[in-house]
Design a protein. Structure first.
Length: 84
């Protein structure tokens, strides 16, 4: 239908209390819970930082951590997922 360049996209991602806690514990980012509007550059940097920090995440928190990362990736669609 309407095509938009991936680099020009923005998406709103909802972070729950548990998501915010996991990201803070992993040292990735400090967010407030709730909706957060991310542009492509912010999302790409956040996903790359999450991938880099993943080995240090405790095993019991990995499912929540991956779910949080995937929610960011899926908000931008399949092309973003292929790139990141």
């Amino acid at each position: 239908m309407f095509e938009q360049e991936l680099e020009d996209m923005t998406a709103t991602v909802f972070f729950e209390h548990k998501d915010v806690s996991v990201l803070d514990q992993a040292g990735v980012a400090v967010f407030q819970y709730g909706s957060r509007k991310l542009d492509y550059a912010e999302a790409a940097a956040l996903v790359e930082k999450m991938k880099h920090c993943m080995p240090g995440v405790p095993k019991r928190l990995l499912p929540r951590y991956r779910a949080c990362m995937n929610s960011i990736r899926f908000a931008f669609g399949p092309e973003f997922c292929d790139r990141h």
